[in-house]
Design a protein around this ligand. Sequence first.
Ligand SMILES: [Fe+2]
Length: 114
Amino acid sequence: MREKTGAPLVIGARIGDVQRVFAPRFAMDDLATDGRQFDKLLEEGATLPLGNLTIRVLHTPGHTPACVTYLIGDAAFVGDTLLMPDYGSARCDFPGGDAAMLHASIQKILALPP
Ligand SMILES: [Fe+2]
């Protein structure tokens, strides 16, 4: 997609925390673990243009330290943080996952306007 559209590849700023955990577990010795594979590492409050819209970033860790939610207009793209709102949240047993953080992130999402 990046090659075909020129769109930047972005991800939560703490992706390096995730890479440092998983690289040795999957014997990916040559994987850079500072997120350099991505064009932009997103911090809380970052904004990205999307046509006439703006994407606003919420840092919503817990499932992984790098999880983010994208706010676009009145929609929130929550990823795995709220995996299936009718059934529950994401797992938080990955290395770097944290149930208390996940709970706080879900509260942050649920505090958004309807
Ligand atoms: Fe996931």
